[in-house]
Design a protein around this ligand. Sequence first.
Ligand SMILES: [Zn+2]
Length: 137
Amino acid sequence: MADATRPLPSLADPDTAPFWQATKSHELRFQVCDDCDAVVFYPRRHCTSCLGSALSWKVSAGAGEIYSFSVVQLSRHPFFGQKVPYAVALIDLDEGFRILSNVVGVDDPVAQLRVGQRVALEWEDHDEVAIPLFHPA
Ligand SMILES: [Zn+2]
């Protein structure tokens, strides 16, 4: 049996395609509203604060902290099953948005991760996209 591969996002969605296309260049993009300066993430057509449609893309520096996390100990998915135990985390980026991702680079996420811990961005490269992941800073 071939090695299982990560399920990857669709590039067909017009709202999120610019985000995923930028990952190929290792850019973690988010949006800022031109009218009210609200930070918008995940990518959308409208500002979540004022409902305006004038949104500009910005690039995150990739630094943040763990807002919360859970450790997956058992997965029946062919790809994720070989990764256990792994941390699924909500990461608060310094630019003011929150992303759901994994914190990697630790052997025992229960013992080695904590809420508020600083993390830094890294990339898992694929043909069409790169997946943003985080590791302890
Ligand atoms: Zn707005």
